[in-house]
Write a protein that binds this ligand. Structure first.
Ligand SMILES: *Cc1c(COP(=O)(O)O)cnc(C)c1O
Length: 419
């Protein structure tokens, strides 16, 4: 990578890095030297200590301790233990999150349970621009439980005291905290309060906020939440997701995937299902223990780190990137992500007619972002392992790719399976 950012930008970046409280933890992660990794919003980087822990999980816990590990290494309680640790990052007191299954499966559980908690309310409200799997799952829950799906964006359900029309007969209002395409951060406190005024439950998908943005689940009286752990939580490919049920709802939380791990007495193997007390009833079947324990180890990378520090650095990184793009790329791209810091998650999305080709050319240079249909380049900024210097270098590479036209020979996105 020979392209250099202009000195004024690199000096500003270096000054920000010198003052960065989280600079000491960059080294907790391993990213190849030749890579600037701006895709931590899709798959978080590998914490340096994790491979050794994985070796121990495989060789000692599985290889030597065998079935005894369920007790001796306390595999059984790992989902609850890990849920509590994730809870610490999203503002939930212990006993309200449980790790396991995928985000899709957990959304199915909480949406169906939410409808069962509001039997007289005939609709589910969700954002048509939400992540595809979220709308697909909502469609199926609506069909299964004979509800109507109503599409509205989070800002459309905000009101000035009177419940918005879309919410008037909603059982559950389900939104993503951060829009995965645009990087917009929605106003969780206000939307949650609007849902409550209308008599609905508020359910949030935290996939793009956990580990990057303070959430405040308890502080804002959120009812239900789900999220994945392989993005900003760095749990590894396909790592278990999690679900949150506020303590006040747990006794009536009747989720549809009534597997034996959520049973009150799993090893009694009774005929009838009786849910466990507390958040354990959010569990289903045997978790993928290797992934589960890998996630647990990966969370150590947040030790001693406050999420507010992560947020401050993330805003500093995304703000610097937007400035650098303005200066170096100018009108060639449109910054789709809100420029107002309080409305921005931890990514920056840029619109460009040949976004796929530009991202492909950048990846070939070691600047890894991704592409979302039809014309967005997405760049995720994981504060724990990025430097401001990398941010301005990435912007300089982007400017070079766009002005040099090196991407002209690259085929369009239709040929790639995963973008
Ligand atoms: C990443 C993401 C998912 C992923 O769902 P999986 O079931 O883990 O594949 C779901 N919803 C949102 C909003 C996401 O960002």
């Amino acid at each position: 990578m020979s392209t250099q950012a202009p000195p004024a930008l690199t000096e500003r970046a270096d000054a920000l890095d010198a003052a960065d409280e989280l600079a000491p933890i960059v080294d907790r992660f391993t990213v190849p030297d030749e890579v600037i990794y701006l895709d931590g919003n899709s798959l978080g980087a590998l914490p340096r200590h994790v491979p050794a822990v994985v070796a121990d999980i495989v060789e000692r816990q599985w290889g030597h301790d065998l079935i005894r590990s369920w007790n001796d290494n306390d595999w059984w309680h790992a989902p609850i233990r890990i849920g509590d640790r994730i809870g610490g990052l999203v503002g939930a007191a212990p006993g309200q999150l449980v790790a396991g299954d995928s985000t899709s499966a957990n959304l199915f559980k909480v949406l169906a349970a939410g409808c069962r908690m509001r039997p007289d309310r005939p609709t589910i409200v969700t954002d048509p621009a939400g992540f595809s799997t979220d709308t697909y799952i909502a469609q199926s829950v609506a069909r299964l439980l004979d509800r109507r799906l109503v599409y509205a964006a989070p800002h459309d359900v905000l009101d000035n005291g009177d419940p918005a029309a879309a919410l008037s007969d909603a059982a559950v209002v389900a939104f993503s905290h951060v829009d995965y395409r645009t990087g917009q951060l929605w106003n969780l406190p206000e939307v949650t309060a609007a849902a409550h005024r209308a008599g609905a439950l508020a359910c949030w998908d935290l996939s793009h906020s956990a580990g990057a943005v303070p959430v405040g689940l308890d502080a804002y009286d959120v009812d239900l939440a789900v999220g994945c752990s392989y993005k900003y939580l760095n749990g590894g490919p396909g790592a278990p997701a999690y679900l949150y049920v506020a303590a006040r709802h747990q006794a009536t939380f009747d989720q549809p995937l009534s597997g034996w791990h959520g049973h009150a007495t799993p090893f009694a193997m009774t005929v009838d299902y009786e849910p466990a007390d507390g958040i354990a009833r959010g569990r289903c079947g045997t978790p993928p223990m290797l992934s589960m324990l890998t996630l647990e180890a990966a969370l150590d990378a947040f030790d001693g780190v406050r999420i507010e520090q992560v947020r401050a650095k993330s805003l500093s990184l995304t703000g610097l990137f937007i400035d650098a793009v303005d200066q170096l790329v100018g009108g060639d791209v449109q910054v789709v992500t809100p420029r107002v810091p309080g409305r921005r998650g931890s990514q920056v999305a840029l619109r460009h007619g040949q976004a796929f080709q530009a991202v492909t050319a950048l990846i070939a240079r070691g600047v890894i972002g991704d592409f979302r249909q039809p014309d967005l380049m997405r760049f995720g900024f994981a504060a724990p392992y990025l430097t401001h210097r990398q941010v301005v270098e990435a912007a300089a590479q982007l400017a070079d790719v766009l002005t040099s036209g090196v991407y002209d020979d690259i085929a369009p996105s239709a040929t790639a399976l995963v973008t």
